[in-house]
Design a protein around this ligand. Structure first.
Ligand code: DGT
Ligand code: MG
Length: 581
């Protein structure tokens, strides 16, 4: 995984330090059985109390050194794995922030959440485990093998059979586990997705009494998660007992063969005890290896999933030169034969061959039935998405050459779905302009017809909004959202159906003060109500992704069938007749 190189470089030294202390610990463990064999075979058999005490003291000393090593590597491994996890998580967070909308659509939001939380934790656990036991286990395993072979070369033949067998079992364990763990992770994504959806739509669920449906949906996802987890466990469950069995059979063979050799006087009891000791150490280290491999398998699935996000390139490119807008072009927007689909080229187009221009300072209305592609159209202007074909120009420059970041500096968007953040009203407004003064705040709020209700709140501009600003009405939230955009003093203002929850009277007032507030600014106004766009300089009519009319209200009412229909359905037949007359 390429992205891990950075952390390897950064934490390599601490990692090696942990391994160093781990080695000390392991060496201590390795020496113990041999010393024990000596105590039994030399000290106890020879009734040499002095020898027993001396060797006992040595054992104690080694244990002490081992303990110091163990604490040191514990401290290091905890610190390193925590730091690594935190850093990986924040790097991933930053990466997710840089993703294009298309990429986010592709990954799905829930899966990004699982990757950021569960997957990072898996990798972090693995790194921690690596420093705690992983290196120790092979060290103990190989060390024990050597010590045992030195102690009793003849009995080591048993090891030559047992160890490869166990190695094979561990390998098979991995092969079986990996693809299944990937599936478990996917199922967990699903559980998260259902939960997320429920939480964000909890009011609707309650209103429609759809608890049972939601519960079922959750249970389904949960059951799937269970099934897949069980499938992994089942597949893996035969391996640990199989390993245990193999090693225990080995121990049996040692005792049996060792017994014969003791009878023949070729071997002493202490050596057999030591040999079995080494053998159990081999057993345990092999078990830990297989356990760590399980962790590894999981971590590998997780690293792959995290890696997918890191590998996701933002396909948007731009030229580095500074955006330069000539006075005549500042605030100008051109669409030239633009076709766009959410799935990328070849997908079902939601915009087809759109061509029109907004001149600097113009207010352009955008109208069309729901789903006709209005929001999609304006999504192209801040480069949230790139068009599949055709050209979009802002300030006379092709968007494909413009740095999205810089581009967005000069425009403000009031999205169709209002989003406010936890924090005070002032803090929310300052999203538009970080260093806005109180005066500027109030002026923007005034223009958005929000000042009045804000001042009526007990704490005024310092009133805290709950998550998503639940303590305000829909219309109030929309007005805050408009004020936030105005504060930015943009060249281009995009209002996506942002007065839908405001009464007609207030809307009229907002529009009047907008005009005064923002002289010279290009305004793209999406609306459902025909009255909202009627007095725009130009109105664009969309129908099913196609531009079916463009002109002033008077022109459209004469020529554009779709516009006439909208007009008739909203204002009524009589008025329509009047206009035609
Ligand atoms: P509205 O807001 O209800 O008045 O409708 P519009 O005119 O704003 O419609 P728009 O642009 O949101 O949707 C046009 C089509 O694109 C519609 O068939 C749904 C589809 N669409 C909208 N947003 C997405 C999206 O994020 N992903 C995908 N795959 N399709 C989308
Ligand atoms: Mg829309």
């Amino acid at each position: 995984m390429g992205y891990l190189a950075k952390y390897r470089r950064k934490y390599g030294k601490s990692f090696m330090a942990a391994i160093f202390f781990l080695t000390i610990e392991a060496l201590g463990d390795l020496l113990q059985p041999t010393i024990m064999a000596k105590i039994i075979d030399v000290g106890v058999s020879g009734r040499d109390m002095g020898y027993v005490l001396r060797m006992g003291g040595l054992m104690l000393l080694i244990t002490l050194i081992g303990a110091v090593g163990a604490s040191a590597r514990n401290i290091i491994s905890s610190r390193v794995s925590q730091k690594f996890g935190t850093e990986l998580r924040s790097d991933l967070f930053r990466k997710i922030q840089s993703l294009s909308f298309r990429s986010i659509d592709k990954f799905e939001r829930a899966s990004l959440v699982t990757r950021l939380t569960n997957d990072v934790t898996q990798v972090q656990n693995f790194v921690n485990g690596l420093m705690r036991i992983f290196v120790k286990a092979p060290l103990l395993c190989i060390g024990s093998l050597i010590m045992a072979a030195r102690l009793e070369p003849e009995l080591s033949l048993i090891l030559a059979v047992v160890v490869p067998l166990v190695g094979l079992l561990i390998f098979m364990n991995m092969r079986v586990g990996f693809p299944r763990f990937l599936k478990v992770q996917k199922a967990l994504d699903q559980v998260n997705r259902v939960m997320r959806e429920y939480l964000s739509g909890v009011r609707v669920v309650k209103a429609f009494n759809r608890f049972n449906y939601e519960t079922e949906k959750f249970q389904e996802a949960n059951a799937e998660y269970q099934t897949r987890s069980v499938a992994v466990m089942r597949a893996m469950s035969i391996f640990n007992p199989a390993i245990m069995l193999t090693v225990n059979l080995g121990i049996l063979a040692v005792i049996w063969l060792g017994g014969i050799r003791v009878d023949q006087g070729q071997m002493q009891v202490g050596s057999i005890i030591a040999f079995i000791n080494y053998m159990t150490q081999i057993l345990f280290s092999l078990m830990t290896i297989s356990m760590v491999f399980n962790m590894f398998v999981r971590a590998r699935a997780s690293t792959a999933r995290i890696g997918d996000v890191f590998a996701e390139e933002n396909p948007m490119t731009w030229k580095e030169e500074a955006a330069f807008a000539s006075a005549e072009a500042k605030g100008r927007i051109d669409f030239e034969n633009v076709t766009f689909s959410y799935e990328g080229e070849g997908g079902e187009p939601v915009l087809k061959g759109i061509t029109f221009s907004c001149l600097p300072g113009e207010t352009v209305g955008l109208i069309g039935s729901t789903g006709s592609g209005k929001s999609s159209l304006v999504n192209l202007i801040p480069r949230f998405y790139d068009a599949d074909s055709g050209t979009v120009r802002v300030n006379g420059r092709d968007l494909r050459e413009m740095d999205p970041h810089q581009l967005r500096e000069s425009m403000a968007v009031v999205p169709q779905k209002t989003v406010l953040f936890t924090g005070s009203i002032a803090a929310n407004l300052k999203w538009g302009k970080e260093d806005a003064t109180r005066e500027q705040l109030e002026r923007a709020a005034q223009a958005a017809e929000a000042a009045e209700f804000i001042e009526k709140l007990p704490e005024g501009y310092e009133t805290k909004l709950g998550q998503k600003g639940v303590n305000l009405s829909g219309g109030q939230k929309q007005r805050l959202s408009i004020a936030r955009a105005l504060l930015r003093e943009p060249d281009i203002l995009i209002l996506d159906d942002c007065t839908s929850a405001v009464d007609v009277e207030t809307e009229a007032r907002i529009k009047a003060s907008l005009k005064a507030y923002s002289r010279g600014l290009t305004c793209l106004l999406i609306a459902q109500r025909i009255t909202s766009v009627m007095d725009a300089d130009k109105i664009v009519v969309l129908d099913n992704g196609e531009l079916v009319g463009i002109g002033t209200h008077d022109e459209l009412i004469k020529e554009c069938r779709v516009y006439q229909e909208i007009y008739r359905s909203q204002i009524g037949k009589e008025l329509h007749a009047d206009v035609n007359a």
